[in-house]
Design a protein. Structure first.
Ligand SMILES: CC(=O)[C@@H](O)[C@H](O)COP(=O)(O)O
Ligand SMILES: NCC(=O)COP(=O)(O)O
Length: 260
């Protein structure tokens, strides 16, 4: 069984667009867990464009109270700044069940590549150890489509990581073009190599109800998918009709009010 961890970054995007606290990320996370999601993911960015440190603390508390996995994603090399204490400091404070390290820069619109393990293993090793000492399972964001980056995937196991997370953005793009077959073969091959090295395999980025089934059918043993962007968009579409009907019911009641 593959676990679903819902990424609630996009709820915070909406909230921050108006200031204030609505829509509330903790309430959204609670709804996801009530519906059966296995965990909650957030990927706070140093510029606090969506998830803020306070959200991380609140969601960590919710996950702890509900006994579900909290997956905290981020770049461990990004320096702290005002409003962002740094990835390791956040992990120290909330002790997420899983820390997913992602090598992205502040200037990126979103995550778009995994680690180059041949190059990055040395500097990752002490961080992996620190996070494991905090009690976190450690997962490293990994490419499957770019042979140069996935070349040293076994190094992830050698430096003590528990899992990799396959960056599925290129798969989602290929799926949209109807050209996913060759991409799926590459993902399946890297997943098998990682598993042979003793690593668990997670996956995420741009997965959706349209492309998830084919991915899981082709790639063996995926332990967890973290999904946010498409899931929150799909949830908006799924909920729009009912919400509009709710407003119309209010207007109907008001029209029948003789004191109006
Ligand atoms: C690592 C990954 O693929 C996701 O965490 C993704 O980066 C979400 O981040 P944004 O919501 O900022 O795009
Ligand atoms: N790790 C991937 C994630 O958390 C969500 O990515 P996306 O579904 O928002 O693209």
């Amino acid at each position: 069984m593959t676990f679903l961890s819902v990424n609630v970054n996009k709820i915070a995007v909406l909230r921050n667009s108006r200031g204030g606290s609505e829509p509330d990320v903790v309430q959204a996370a609670r709804a996801c867990l009530d519906a059966g999601a296995h965990g909650i993911t957030v990927h706070p960015r140093p510029d606090a464009r969506h998830i803020r440190a306070a959200d991380v603390y609140a969601l960590g508390g919710l996950a702890g109270a509900r006994g579900v996995e909290f997956n905290l994603e981020g770049n461990p090399f990004a320096p702290p700044r005002e409003g962002y204490p740094g990835f390791l400091a956040l992990c120290e404070a909330v002790r997420p069940a899983q820390a997913t390290l992602v090598p992205d820069g502040d200037d990126q619109l979103t995550s778009d590549h995994g680690f180059d393990f041949l190059r990055d293993a040395g500097r990752l090793q002490p961080l992996v150890r620190q996070l494991r000492d905090m009690g976190c399972r450690v997962s490293l964001f990994a490419d499957a489509w770019d042979p140069r980056r996935s070349e040293g995937i076994e190094h992830a196991a050698q430096i003590g990581a528990d899992r990799i997370e396959l960056y599925t953005g290129p798969y989602a793009d290929a799926f949209d073009r109807g050209e996913q077959a060759c991409m799926l073969e590459r993902f399946a091959a890297i997943a098998r190599r990682a598993q042979a090295a003793g690593l668990g395999v997670n996956a995420g980025h741009d997965l959706s109800q349209a492309n998830l089934g084919a991915f899981l059918a082709a790639v063996p043993g995926v332990l967890e998918v973290s999904i946010g962007h498409a899931l929150i968009g799909e949830a908006l579409h799924a909920g729009l009709s009912a919400t509009v009907r709710g407003y119309l019911a209010i207007l109907d009641r008001a029209a029948g009010d003789p004191y109006r």
